[in-house]
Design a protein around this ligand. Sequence first.
Ligand code: HXC
Length: 259
Amino acid sequence: MQFEFIKIEKQVVKGVSLIQLNRPKELNALCLELMEELVHAFKLLDQDEETRCIVLTGNERAFAAGADIKQMAGRTAIDMLKIDQFSKWDSIKKTKTPVIAAVSGFALGGGCELAMLCDMIVASESAQFGQPEIKIGVMPGAGGTQRLTRAVGKALAMEMVLTGKFITAREAWNAGLINRVVPVEIYLQEALKLATQVASMSPIASQLAKESVLKAFDSPLEEGLQFERKNFYMLFATEDQKEGMAAFVEKRNPDFKGK
Ligand code: HXC
């Protein structure tokens, strides 16, 4: 498939593939066509055995400034219902491979929600996170009220959602929204470094571990614990478990095959 609004680079470093949002003039506004391409890219990389971690990035000025307001402006509720854009978000959410967002500049509205859909966020010092939909007469629709609140708590989430206030990378880090804040020159490098670490683990264990952590967001504790336990048991059916534990005993580095 030819991509117009994103770029993909497989194996940008060992085990890691990169998706770059590529509508720089529009600050990577997430038009429907871009989202459609993202869905394909994530499916493609999720099926690629060599890709054990995915990094999603924009550019220095913007990760993404939100859904495309110009595309949405004239739409009716029925148009929105029929277009069903959130099915694309649901599809991206199903990505099994761990995903790291490398964020610089604006991560607003759908852009902030897209970063939060990723499993970890590495940000540059210039990153700004916000849910400014209220300023254009709407509200977050792709998880902003839910994921942001779970990440930073009610007080800050409510303020951001009700006033549209942006927070800096440092504030986002203090609030627990992101994993790292680094100088702008190295944010992508840092994200790739973190991704390389993730990619060096057993991919089956990574996928089940990711799935289990995400389960904590939508299940009662006991159900989550049972889910975790079954995934834990299941890993004893893998060659990687034998290899990982043998390597520990033999005092050498493991060589995980994803089997
Ligand atoms: C369409 C956008 C856009 C967007 C920026 N642009 N954000 N186009 N949709 N979300 C376009 C501008 O129109 C402009 O193009 C160009 O990108 C550069 O933007 P400027 O505004 O000139 O830049 P600047 O003055 O630096 O301001 C940057 C900004 C501002 C603060 C990020 O652009 C802004 O407030 N953008 C909207 C942010 C927002 O409200 N996001 C939430 C969207 S709703 P032209 O050609 O005009 O010069 C949403 C709902 C999600 O995300 C629901 C789930 C999908």
